[in-house]
Design a protein around this ligand. Structure first.
Ligand code: BGC
Length: 387
């Protein structure tokens, strides 16, 4: 249907573009192209694709932006890559500009998943396919495809690693030796990011039985996502909340925090700083609280190797970028990208066909295998904690 809409908008023929021709034989070899339109246009260039990323304050999004850009360039496209400093009006304006400048497709990692409806309407009116990148764009029918990870499972993995750190589970999933009860505190991401809800749901479904039986105790009582949320995923906000949780529930008592569910490495570092400022020290082995994470940001990978942060979730942004490139290229070839999930991601208006990737739990003992051997980070980057 969408495809027909693009064709109807006159975009299909002009955009028809042979991936094989472009990546293989270069600009001129379009003989195996299925393009029915103006071959001259194809021979010139692939056109520009707009890539809107949320922020550069997190190394994860810089890596995503770089990987999408180079993947698209390898396919012969030009790329307008923009970061929006986590500011919603900035991102809206960047996307407006991309549409005005005539991009052939949009790849968007939204800051606020509900704030882009008018941009997406303009994109649809111009026949520009929209790929929602990592975060689902909500409340709009003009989202054509979604590339992401299995976000519910990411939450399950975060909670699982917390249980492993506390000794309630072993890494292989079998029951651990510890029995608790353990004091834990819970953090969630930004409520305007659809992913935050999936991570939380996966995590809480995993932790709830332990809370119900009293093995895990949340001394603050803050167990709703609204209470645990961290607007814009800000490190300072998480640090402040952890400090408040300590002051309000632990300082002056004999209680100690033993674990913290954190859904993103930036938050984890804020939480760790708050704990350190309140007298918690050393490594997890020495009794420092078990703090989880997400994204395998190099600063946190160093903390994991140092034994201070317990775990993170590795989502290979190179693979995500590759899927975004595959999807964009499919649209520009007049095809529908291949989805492997057509049920999970309802954006409030429609279920968006999705391509989901798998993630891995990173512990100190598999950093080398998962992150260094795969070339995601070099040993030197991990040693220094700098990308
Ligand atoms: C991403 C996470 C990331 C978070 C904060 C989420 O939408 O899926 O990987 O940790 O945003 O940037």
């Amino acid at each position: 249907m969408k495809f027909r809409k693009f064709l109807a908008a006159g975009a299909g023929a002009a955009l028809a573009f042979s991936l094989a021709a472009c990546s293989g034989g270069g600009a001129g070899s379009s003989s195996d192209s299925s393009a029915s339109g103006d071959d001259g246009a194809m021979m010139e260039e692939g056109g520009t694709i707009g890539v809107a990323m949320p922020t550069q304050t997190s190394s994860r999004w810089i890596a995503d932006g770089d990987a999408v850009k180079s993947g698209l360039e390898e396919q012969g496209f030009e790329v307008d890559l923009q970061f929006a400093a986590d500011d919603i009006p900035t991102q809206s304006q960047q996307i407006d500009n991309m549409i005005t400048n005539g991009v052939k497709a949009l790849i968007i990692a939204a800051i606020d998943g509900t704030a882009l409806s008018s941009q997406l309407q303009a994109a649809a009116d111009a026949g520009i396919p929209v790929i929602s990148y990592d975060r689902l764009i909500r409340d709009s029918e003009n989202v054509d495809f979604y590339v992401t990870f299995d976000n519910y499972n990411v939450g399950v993995q975060q909670a699982t690693s917390l249980l492993v750190g506390l000794g309630l589970l072993n890494e292989d999933g079998s029951e651990g030796d510890a029995s608790g009860p353990f004091n834990v505190e819970l953090f969630a991401g930004s409520l305007d990011d659809n992913n935050a809800h999936f991570f939380w749901q996966g995590a809480m479904d995993t932790l709830q039985p332990y809370i119900d039986e009293g093995t895990l105790v949340v001394p603050s009582g803050q167990m709703d996502i609204e209470q645990a949320a961290t607007l814009r995923w800000q490190q300072e906000t998480a640090q402040k909340r952890m400090e408040d949780l300590l002051t309000g529930n632990y300082v002056g008592t004999d209680k100690k925090v033993e674990g913290v569910l954190s859904p993103y490495d930036g938050l984890s570092r804020g939480i760790i700083t708050a704990l350190q400022n309140n007298g918690y020290s050393g490594t997890v082995e020495d009794g420092f609280p078990v703090v989880t994470g997400q994204d395998a940001e190099v600063e946190s990978v160093k903390l994991i190797v140092d034994g201070v942060q317990f775990s993170t979730i590795f989502k290979d942004t190179r693979k995500l970028a590759e899927q975004a490139v595959v999807a964009a290229t499919a649209y520009l070839n007049g095809e529908e990208p291949e989805a492997n999930d057509t049920e999970t991601y309802d954006n409030g208006v429609k279920v968006v066909p999705s391509y989901l990737l798998e993630s891995d739990i990173v512990y100190m003992d598999n950093v080398t295998e998962l992150l260094i051997d795969s070339g995601y980070w070099t040993q030197e980057q991990v040693d220094k904690g700098v990308a």
